[in-house]
Design a protein around this ligand. Structure first.
Ligand code: ZN
Ligand code: ZN
Length: 213
C-alpha cells in the first residue's frame, strides 16, 4: 500500500518508510536531538583519551566509545568515520522500530586537557613497591627488562632505578602488578613491608621484595 509521509508528503515509492514517516524526516528529527560539539578529556602528557573504562590510545574507535557512552541514546551507537583533530564525521546508527537508520553528523570535538593518574604518578615519583635486586649484574639487568615488559602490559611502570654498589633498587608504581609478576614468573623473593601513610583511615604499606640472582 502506498504511504505518504505526514510531514513532507513524499510517498513510499520515492523513499524508504519506517512506520508512518519517511526516512528523511526521521533522520532530520533524530539529528535535531544531537549536539554539534562533543567534549572529550585527554591526557596532555601521554595523549591518551579518557574513555568509559579508563585511559586508552586516542583513535577513532576510542572516540566512538566515548561518544556512544556520553551522547547516544539507548537505541543507538556511534561510529567515527573520520577525525581530523577538530572535527569528527560520526555515523550515529539508530534502531527505529527494528530498522537501522544512519544519521551522519559533523561533530566539533572539544578537547579538555588533563593529566591522567599514570602520568601524575610518573612525574611525582610515586611508587608502591621496591624490588631490591642483588647478585650477578647481567642477571639483574635481564630481570629489570622482564619486569619492565610485564608492567607495561599491566598499566604499571618503573618509577626509577637506583644503581648501588651492591645491586639495583627498582621502584615500581603498582604493588599488585609486582605481585602478579612474581606469581607469573614463579619467583619467590623475600618480602617485607614499610608503612608509608594512612589513606581513608587505613594504613598503607609499601612492598619490598629482596631477590638474589
Ligand atoms: Zn517525510
Ligand atoms: Zn597520561
Amino acid at each position: 500500500m502506498l504511504k505518504y509521509c505526514p510531514t513532507c508528503e513524499r510517498s513510499s515509492k520515492e523513499i524508504r518508510f519506517i512506520g508512518e514517516f519517511c526516512e528523511a524526516c526521521i533522520i532530520k528529527k533524530l539529528a535535531k536531538r544531537l549536539p554539534n560539539t562533543i567534549k572529550v578529556s585527554y591526557c596532555k602528557r601521554c595523549e591518551r583519551l579518557k574513555a568509559p573504562g579508563g585511559y586508552v590510545e586516542f583513535d577513532n574507535k576510542a572516540l566512538a566509545s566515548v561518544i556512544t557512552h556520553d551522547v547516544c541514546e539507548r537505541n543507538s551507537t556511534a561510529k567515527v568515520k573520520s577525525f581530523d583533530g577538530d572535527v569528527a564525521v560520526v555515523d550515529f546508527i539508530y534502531n527505529v522500530e527494528g530498522e537501522q537508520v544512519h544519521v551522519e553528523m559533523k561533530e566539533g570535538i572539544e578537547k579538555k586537557h588533563l593529566i591522567c593518574r599514570d602520568c601524575y604518578r610518573k612525574s611525582s615519583g610515586y611508587y608502591e613497591a621496591l624490588v631490591q635486586l642483588r647478585g650477578d649484574r647481567i642477571r639483574m639487568e635481564n630481570m629489570v627488562t622482564k619486569i619492565k615488559n610485564f608492567l607495561a602490559s599491566n598499566s604499571a611502570f618503573i618509577t626509577k632505578i637506583e644503581e648501588l654498589d651492591e645491586g639495583l633498587d627498582v621502584y615500581v608504581s603498582d604493588k599488585k602488578a609486582m605481585n602478579a609478576f612474581f606469581l607469573y614468573s614463579r619467583i619467590n623473593p623475600k618480602r617485607s613491608y614499610t608503612l608509608y601513610g594512612i589513606k581513608e583511615g587505613r594504613e598503607v604499606y609499601r612492598n619490598i621484595y629482596a631477590l638474589r640472582l
